[in-house]
Write a protein that binds this ligand. Structure first.
Ligand code: SAH
Length: 241
């Protein structure tokens, strides 16, 4: 983790399940201050944008030095180097699963108007976005990435199943959840969920998940209908000529 605000970490990642797992050593976080790699006497990390315009840009030389200092010999050479960036590829659960199964990424948090393009290229940074809106810095975005990864690590969540049956794992949003009381302000829990018939419950949940995905996320639904998607995996040539 490279940031101009290391004091922001672990922040919310120090609470709840991620926090317990952090305390017990199931994962680790090192927040390094980019400013430690500044070389001038003012310890400056940014400068005005070439070509003019508002704001400041993080200097390529300072950030490259910070990346090189973080890549100590004991670090895996092949670890992903992510740059939190609204221009990046939107984060997906599929990428989260990959990251959680990998060696643990180096994450660079931007600030100001962004960072010098040349360091992105020279250090092979993978730009990752957490959505189509602009934050003031990469730290909260990095926390989102880390939180999504950490909860998938073995031993972090109570039951492994809850990580595999939830939203996006099958390209669908999750079905509605209910718990006690059986009646809340005149609303009952759908009867089928109290039937004890596991096959019927599973079918109901699948139908609910499909209806919800269709209604709320036509983009996700359409992606399921592509040739490689599950809906096309029916036997071909079933009609006779
Ligand atoms: N001028 C830039 C925005 C800079 S915001 C632009 O228009 O693209 C400052 C920093 O916040 C970025 O360098 C990035 O690290 C972080 N950031 C802002 N929005 C983000 C998002 N949606 N996803 C990931 N990181 C983001």
């Amino acid at each position: 983790m490279l940031t101009l605000f290391p004091e922001m970490f672990p922040g919310p990642l120090g609470a709840s399940l991620a926090g317990k797992a952090l305390a017990s050593g199931l994962w680790a976080l090192e927040a390094r201050d980019i400013r430690d790699s500044a070389t001038d006497r003012h310890r400056s990390v940014d400068d005005t944008p070439a070509g003019g315009g508002p704001g400041m840009v993080l200097r390529a030389d300072v950030l490259a030095a910070a990346i090189d200092a973080a890549d100590t010999p004991d670090r895996p050479k092949d670890r992903p180097r992510l740059l939190m960036s609204p221009r990046g590829r939107p984060l997906t659960q599929a990428r989260v699963v990959e990251l959680a199964g990998g060696p643990g990424p180096l994450i660079v948090c931007g600030r100001f108007e962004g960072i010098d393009q040349r360091v992105i290229e020279a250090r092979g940074l993978e730009e990752v976005s957490i959505g189509d809106y602009v934050l003031s810095g990469g730290e909260i975005a990095a926390m989102a990435v880390i939180d999504a990864c950490v909860r998938l690590l073995p031993g972090v969540m109570g039951k492994l199943i809850s990580g595999t049956e939830e939203s996006f794992s099958e390209g669908l949003l999750e079905y509605p959840q209910y718990t006690r009381p059986q009646e809340f302000e005149g609303r009952a829990i759908p009867e089928i969920l109290l039937s004890g018939d596991h096959a019927k419950v599973a079918a109901w949940r699948q139908a609910e998940a499909e209806a919800l995905t269709r209604a709320r996320r036509p983009d996700l639904w359409a992606a399921r209908q592509t040739p490689s998607g599950p809906s096309q995996k029916r036997p071909k040539n079933t009609t006779e000529g």
